[in-house]
Design a binder for this molecule. Structure first.
Ligand SMILES: Nc1ncnc2c1ncn2[C@@H]1O[C@H](COP(=O)(O)OP(=O)(O)O)[C@@H](O)[C@H]1O
Ligand SMILES: [Mg+2]
Length: 239
């Protein structure tokens, strides 16, 4: 592979397999996540989407294959992940967001300044002093998004970030994600909301039974999926 090619991706998976205690969960996953892209992973329940996200993020070691990060620019590679249910520390909203920055060695006043700016970007600055755990689920997820944004990651992984939210809260998260993508952060997301996938995705990865069935530009996928499995999936899912 040429140096030029290496500089074109932040993340490449080759031949990834995951089969703990003999049960195949993922097999032969080959995927390149391009710098600045927004990739949405779709697929039925149990397809292996969360396992794949965890392997990409480094929370889970694959049984076989390679996860490679391309390094470009001087900026260190950084990543963050959002889960279906946000995990809030027993602290104020502001310190939930500032904590991760402080842990990275950023002095407290600077961490707080950046945390407040991140909260502003999701419209939650007015809740900065509230204990995070008293917020609604939607507000907590927005805090989690602000916490991820404050770290200024190169790539953000989101695993069904709006699954437990009402439509209004889901929209607020969605526009936050769109804003982060517009700011240059590479996005990899799992969602069950096809509308959300249509609005956000540049590329769709369709996963079923632990295999990538399709990896297509979003426009093509929604117009005419290549596999029968994806066509069936699109028919069955709510819009
Ligand atoms: N850490 C793990 N070790 C072993 N098996 C797992 C692990 N996590 C999930 N699984 C199994 O892998 C399969 C796919 O799970 P998951 O990735 O959560 O599916 P989904 O596509 O719904 O996110 C499920 O059968 C699940 O029980
Ligand atoms: Mg999942």
């Amino acid at each position: 592979m040429t140096a030029m090619k290496t500089a074109m991706f932040p993340l490449q998976l080759s031949g990834i397999g995951f089969a703990p205690s003999g049960t195949t969960i993922l097999q032969d996953i080959n995927l390149t996540i391009a710098e600045g892209s927004c990739t949405v992973i779709l697929g039925p329940n149990g397809a292996g989407k969360s396992v794949l996200m965890r392997i990409m993020h480094g929370l889970l070691a694959p049984g076989s294959g390679r996860v490679e990060w391309g390094s470009l620019e001087e900026r260190p590679l950084s990543q963050a992940m959002l889960f279906q249910r946000p995990v809030m520390l027993r602290r104020s909203v502001l310190s939930n967001v500032a904590y991760g920055l402080h842990v990275q060695g950023i002095p407290i006043p600077e961490a707080k300044r950046r945390a407040l700016a991140a909260l502003e970007s999701v419209g939650l600055q007015h809740l900065a002093d509230r204990p995070a755990r008293v917020l609604s689920g939607g507000e907590q997820q927005r805090v989690a998004l602000a916490r991820a944004a404050a770290l200024q990651p190169r790539i953000l992984f989101l695993d069904e970030p709006t699954a437990s939210l009402d439509p209004g809260a889901a929209r607020a998260i969605e526009s936050g994600i769109a804003a982060l993508h517009a700011a240059g952060i590479t996005i990899v997301m799992v969602t069950h909301h096809l509308g959300q996938a249509r609005r956000l995705a540049r590329d769709i990865v369709f996963l079923a039974a632990g295999r990538i069935q399709e990896c297509t530009p979003a426009h093509d996928f929604f117009r005419q999926p290549q596999s029968q499995a994806a066509a069936d999936f699109l028919k069955e899912e709510l819009p």
